[in-house]
Design a protein around this ligand. Structure first.
Ligand SMILES: NC(=O)c1ccc[n+]([C@@H]2O[C@H](COP(=O)([O-])OP(=O)(O)OC[C@H]3O[C@@H](n4cnc5c(N)ncnc54)[C@H](OP(=O)(O)O)[C@@H]3O)[C@@H](O)[C@H]2O)c1
Length: 255
């Protein structure tokens, strides 16, 4: 394990309150006892599982509030992080939504509305980009650093044969473009950076729960399995993977 072999590799898990992000943080904590972690969530008071995990790992997890739709909150989270650590070798953007109260994925054009499109873009695309904008100061100038953003295969333009889900698909496609832009720009000042988009597979979380009925059980991953697979992909990334889009099994996904 490349990451586990590097002492003092610190990580940011953006959106660790539940789902895949919580499990990524839990597994990172158990992989290497030397590391320090920054875990963000929208409301630390409500993130009771995250609070318990941090308490079990006393002093190794800083919980910071971060709302993806609010750049001021992202900036404040970066400032708070600076009081806790100097460098991050791993930044994982996890937060995103497919549905929320009052917003379901669109089945057809008539379901599309501007407010929903704006909300999806703000959280799924703009927010993760702003996280990198404000946290790039923690990336090392030299040496390996991974910036990974959880995307979705449905954000692939080339792979879209079913249509629908306009806001989610397009916001993830925009997130992918931001990842690609970042891979070019960050590499100029951070020589060892590897910037990727990752598809976690279909994972049993609140996000996918309303849409799991037709998913065969072998294709519905537990959060434990999904996090392990994603961390394995991250660990095996090579410098030439900068700017790529990979699925949970390490296979490239068409843009
Ligand atoms: N599950 C799947 O099958 C699947 C498939 C493909 C891609 N993905 C992607 O994987 C990522 C994680 O999904 P998941 O399945 O773990 O979802 P989840 O269980 O619903 O968790 C979503 C996470 O995003 C956070 N979040 C939502 N809106 C936010 C906002 N406005 N600001 C900050 N944080 C926000 C949530 O925080 P709160 O607890 O505060 O709400 C929560 O931590 C997402 O980007 C998703 O698009 C998931």
């Amino acid at each position: 394990m490349v990451l586990a072999a590097v002492p003092g590799v610190n990580a940011l898990v953006q959106a660790a309150s539940r789902g895949i992000g919580f499990e990524i943080l839990r597994q990172l904590l158990s992989r290497d006892r030397d590391r320090r972690f920054v875990a963000t969530c929208r409301d630390p008071r409500k993130a009771t599982a995250l609070q318990a995990l941090a308490a079990e790992n006393d002093g190794r997890v800083l919980i910071v509030p971060l709302e993806l739709a609010d750049e001021g909150s992202i900036r404040a989270a970066a400032d708070r992080t600076a009081e806790y650590l100097d460098e991050l070798q791993l930044l994982i953007n996890v937060g995103g939504f497919l549905h929320r109260p009052g917003q379901e994925p669109e089945r057809r054009l008539d379901d599309v509305n501007a407010d929903s499109l704006h909300a999806s873009f703000a959280v799924n695309a703009v927010g993760p980009l702003l996280v990198v904008k404000h946290f790039r100061r923690f990336l090392p100038r030299r040496g390996r650093a991974v910036v990974a953003s959880l995307s979705a295969r449905v954000g692939s333009i080339g792979d879209n044969r079913l249509g629908g889900w306009y806001a989610y698909r397009a916001s993830k496609a925009a997130q992918n473009m931001f990842t690609r832009c970042l891979s070019v720009e960050l590499a100029r000042r951070h020589r060892g950076v590897i910037c990727v988009a990752l598809h976690p597979g279909t994972v049993d979380t609140d996000l996918s729960r309303p849409f799991q009925a037709r998913v065969p059980s072998e294709k519905l991953f537990s959060t434990e399995r999904a996090a392990r697979q994603l961390l394995d992909v991250i660990v095996s990334l090579k410098p030439e993977d900068n700017g790529a889009f990979f699925a949970w099994d390490g296979q490239p996904v068409p843009w």
